[in-house]
Design a protein around this ligand. Structure first.
Ligand code: FRU
Length: 426
């Protein structure tokens, strides 16, 4: 099978979790409710791949067993230490159940703790004996919220310590919390960072450096146009855990559907990011949710670029006139031009690049037809990855990306300058 997107095998999926290259394979875990195509008591699904395409589904890795995670294993991350795979995640305990659906709680009445579990081979996790709570529910609301503190992302600092960033909220503003550890089990609270005007809670934070430059990715809740992942250049002092964010905060993606991105290092040491595609309706297999293609993160003149991972782009070698189920389109647009990809329209307008999915949309208000980039000028180059339910438009070599969920694309492609269609290698 030739695939470039990891898709829900059944039920529901959301955020990518524990993304890591471990023992010669990429492991991607994810938020998963296996019983129905809707969000509920979270498990960690699991898939592996040698080449970031062709994902192989594995058994569910994590499921609720302890008092601290009895109502869900929320998002988190992975690191390797001494040949073992270590996972960090948020365990959730509901205080008041929804009587009509005990997989959900009522009015955000839940408590969160941070947990750890490890595995020798990356496949078998001792859900009964291997979990430990490493950060109990917070007691001090000045530091962070007892319910809304979650999504640990752990990395090894250049100073030899392990670092953790958590998403949280205090005084109605989103917040990062920073912890350090020497052994991955004992963690000490160090510092926090908050900024006005970026929503009331920050989910799924991720911090890393690219060519020595710090980058933060996070998913704020409560932005004007809903939930949208953001990124910014950041400075982080490992010894004090003090962070500062540049004022030019960017959208991770200019569509409204991508959320909760998570990064890792690929096998060649590049920073690769993958994100969840929010979907209004299930796919043909009755399941809901998929992931973007992996993107390489680069920073140029303070701007954060996301480019298609070369392991994906290099597979599109066969020029064709008739698009197959999965294909890539290269084109250029100038003022007045329109590129139509199976009913999905792309055109410049007032110096911005606009997409319109009205002919191939199934969403309501949360899935608007129109998306647009910030101003980019008169002319732009496009590299577009198309699969049954997703279109990813990379503008000017990843300066901006617009990703949308789509339904019922036709096989007609028209417009644009020097438009070429590529199918995947045989
Ligand atoms: C983001 C998120 C995370 C949380 C998870 C629960 O989409 O809300 O903050 O850990 O999903 O499924």
């Amino acid at each position: 099978m030739r695939e470039i997107h990891l898709k829900a095998p059944r039920g529901w999926i959301n955020d990518p979790n524990g993304f890591i290259y471990f023992n010669g394979k990429y492991h991607l875990f994810y938020q998963h409710f296996p019983y129905a195509p809707k969000w509920g008591r979270m498990h960690w699904g699991h898939a592996v791949s040698r080449d970031l395409t062709n994902w192989e589904h594995k058994d569910i890795a994590l499921f609720p067993t302890k008092l601290d995670d009895k109502d869900g294993c929320f998002s988190g991350s992975a690191v390797e230490l001494d040949g073992r795979l270590h996972l960090f995640y948020t365990g959730v305990k509901y205080s008041v159940y929804d009587p009509e659906n005990i997989n959900c709680c009522l009015n955000d009445q839940f408590i969160s703790a941070q947990l750890h579990i490890s595995s020798k081979d990356g496949y078998c996790f001792d859900n009964f004996g291997g979990k430990e709570t490493i950060i109990p529910p917070l007691e001090d609301p000045e530091i962070g919220d007892r319910s809304h503190t979650r999504d640990p992302k752990v990395w090894h600092g250049a100073n030899g310590e392990w670092h953790m960033i958590l998403g949280s909220t205090a005084h109605g503003k989103g917040k990062f919390l920073f912890y350090t550890s020497r052994d991955l089990v004992h963690w000490e609270y160090k510092n926090s960072y908050s900024k006005d005007g970026l929503g009331w809670m920050w989910e799924c934070p991720d911090y890393f450096t690219v060519d020595g430059k710090g980058v933060v990715i996070f998913s704020p809740m409560g932005l004007a146009n809903g939930q949208q992942a953001m990124c910014a250049a950041a400075e982080f002092d490992e010894s004090t855990c003090e962070m500062s964010l540049s004022d030019s905060v960017q959208y991770f993606d200019c569509g409204l559907d991508l959320y909760a991105p998570q990064s890792t290092l690929d096998k060649d040491g590049r920073r690769v990011v993958i994100a969840w595609l929010r979907m209004p309706e299930p796919m043909k297999n009755g399941a809901i949710g998929m992931f973007s293609i992996p993107r390489i993160c680069e920073v140029k003149d303070g701007h954060i670029f996301f480019k298609p991972h070369p392991d994906i782009s290099k597979k599109f070698t066969r020029k064709t006139d008739v698009p197959e189920k999965i294909y890539m389109v290269r084109s250029t647009l100038e003022n007045g031009g329109v590129l139509n990809v199976g009913g999905f329209e792309i055109y410049p307008e007032n110096g911005k690049l606009v997409t319109d999915r009205s002919a191939v949309n199934r969403g309501g208000e949360q899935f608007p037809d129109r998306s647009e980039t910030p101003p980019i000028g008169e002319k732009c180059t496009l590299e577009i990855y198309v699969d049954e339910n997703i279109i990813e438009v990379f503008v000017n070599g990843g300066e901006y990306v617009i990703t949308n969920a789509v339904y019922g694309l036709t096989d007609k492609i028209s417009g644009g300058i020097d438009t070429e269609i590529f199918a995947m290698e045989e």
